[in-house]
Structures are given as structure tokens and as C-alpha cells.
Write a protein of this length. Structure first.
Length: 207
């Protein structure tokens, strides 16, 4: 499974309009494309930053969609009054759900740089050592790990049932991240928290 993320930094005042456009226009458009297996949208209403992720059954399907999504991506950027748009492509290495994410769910995302050639080792350690401990956190719904092997990068996203649950896990989450990064000789480059505004990812369990 593969994913394309589009990170838009826009006007916080346009967030509701942008979310509505992605829900009513972007999702129906990509849903009909061959190989599409879902879409999600994360939003930070204070900063105006949002991340739209589309998931694809194969690298070929993702590549084939690249030209088709350009127009709708531009229109979404306009709706969000974007200052910048950044597009990245990833392999979905892990996806594990304990419960569905309902209304009010939030996501904490962690980006990291990993040692060259150690993607497989990091994925295995994430599954075996980190994921079982994440499941014990209060309000945990699901976790995903995406990797970019060419750039030696990864991003993990943990979904919680509410903002309150996410806030309660900040200290424990920090401890788990730092311990894992030290063990893997990886560098955490950013941690950010978002509201999960669209949750239509139909990627199968990949734990």
C-alpha cells in the first residue's frame, strides 16, 4: 500500500471552507480513481495547516493518479487560501486499528529521519516493540507508519478518540518516541497534533 500526502499551509479563517471542499469535492473525485483505497484529512485550525492523505493499492496506481489530482489539488489549495503546498509520497508500512475513529478524534504525528538502509529494521521494531505499548494508552484508536526509503524518512500517526485523550498521553507519548528513536538511532524532526476532520481510509490491517 502507498500514500500521497498533500500538506497545505493556509489561512486559519478558511479552514472550515477548505474542509468542506475536501469532503464534498476532493474525496468523491479521488474515490472514483482506479486503485484508490481511501482519504483522510488532518487539520490544525490555529495554524491553518492541514494534511490530506490519499491511499493507493499500488505504487503504479498512485503514479497513474498524479496528473489526475493536480486540478482538484489546486482548487483545494485555493479554498484553503494556501501559502504553500507540499506533496510527498510514501509506502504504508504499518496500519493497526483497535477501534474506529469517531467524531472528535485527534491525531499526533511524528516525523523522523532514520539511518540509511534501516527502514526494514525500524518497521519491525515499530511493530514488535512500540505498537503494543501504544495500544495501552488511554483513548488509543489506531496507528500508522509510512516510510520514504529513498529519503530515509518516516512518519507515524497515532489516532486518539478525543482531544482530551490525546492531551492526556503527551507525556507518555514523548517517552515512547524518545526511547524508540534512541534505540533506532533515528532523529525526530517534528511532532504535531491535529483534528481528524475526514476519515475515509480503507487500508486493510497491516500490523
Amino acid at each position: 500500500m502507498y500514500a500521497r500526502t498533500t500538506t497545505v499551509r493556509g489561512d486559519p479563517r478558511a479552514m472550515d471552507e477548505g474542509i468542506a471542499f475536501c469532503r464534498d469535492q476532493v474525496w468523491p473525485t479521488v474515490q472514483g480513481m482506479s486503485g484508490c483505497v481511501g482519504m483522510s484529512m488532518l487539520a490544525d485550525r490555529e495554524s491553518g495547516r492541514c494534511i490530506v492523505t490519499t491511499a493507493w493499492a499500488s505504487d503504479e496506481a498512485m503514479s497513474a493518479s498524479a496528473q489526475m489530482v493536480k486540478e482538484i489539488r489546486s482548487r483545494a489549495a485555493e479554498a484553503l487560501r494556501a501559502d504553500s503546498v507540499d506533496v510527498e509520497e510514501w509506502q504504508i508500512a504499518v496500519l493497526h486499528r483497535v477501534r474506529p475513529a469517531g467524531d472528535g478524534a485527534c491525531v499526533r504525528a511524528t516525523w523522523l529521519d532514520m539511518m540509511p538502509g534501516e527502514a526494514d529494521q525500524m518497521i519491525d521494531a515499530f511493530r514488535m516493540a512500540l505498537m503494543p505499548r501504544m495500544e495501552e494508552l488511554p483513548g488509543f484508536c489506531s496507528v500508522s507508519l509510512m516510510v520514504d526509503r529513498m529519503r530515509n524518512r518516516g512518519v507515524a500517526a497515532v489516532t486518539y478518540e478525543s482531544r482530551e485523550a490525546m492531551e492526556r498521553t503527551r507525556e507518555a507519548g514523548t517517552s515512547l518516541r524518545e526511547e524508540f528513536a534512541q534505540h533506532m538511532r533515528a532523529t525526530i524532526t517534528e511532532v504535531a497534533e491535529f483534528e481528524l476532520t475526514i476519515a475515509h481510509l480503507h487500508v486493510p490491517e497491516m500490523a
